[in-house]
Design a protein around this ligand. Sequence first.
Ligand code: PGA
Ligand code: MG
Length: 228
Amino acid sequence: MNANPAFADLPPRAVFFDLDGTLVDSAPDMAAAVNELMARYGLAPHSLEAVRGMIGHGVEKLIERAFAAHSHALGLGDQSASREQMNEIYGRHLTQLTTLRPGAGSALTAARKAGMRTGVVTNKPEGFSRIVLAHFGLSDELDVVIGGDAGHPKKPAPDMLLAACHACGCSSAQAVMVGDSMADVGAARAAGIRCIIVRGGYTELAAEALGADRVIDVLDQLESVFLR
Ligand SMILES: O=C(O)COP(=O)(O)O
Ligand SMILES: [Mg+2]
């Protein structure tokens, strides 16, 4: 049973968005970067679909999964070397093939117009996240951006969401997380924050199976969830 108050009973004061798979479709750029890394190790490229399934738990996990899919075990030295290479490669691929997901800009604008604080809470490194957000003109719509390398345990740990609440001066009960994956639902649950999942992101399970309070098809529907 859901212990969180319904949206209409307690309209959120802050809404926090996941980035990869929620606000942006970054998988094509991430796949290009992963495959450039695979090529450096003499390994075959992964399909876009396969890489979509590897995203969601940060860059280290993405690299680990990409090598593991080739049954290629990395030694300790290779782990940090490949991470450095991936950062260098992906730094050149941040906004080439990445697109804004439908309704992302208008959802942020609507939340701000309704007087809510807004944020991005992502497992993606913060510097990269800020570049992507600036590219799509979203930086000014956000009160807080917290990335996976900001010093907190990554989602599904609650810490990044709790830090975002603190930055926005609201309690967990006053906040909502909007995401695409199990990491988002897990973090929201652990933080005592209501969670909405947007269909079509990067998730191994069906959207309905993630255990969110609400599932929406597109970000445009957020406004009606809050106002209903
Ligand atoms: O970079 C990742 O692995 C996932 O990032 P996200 O938390 O924005 O989905
Ligand atoms: Mg995501």
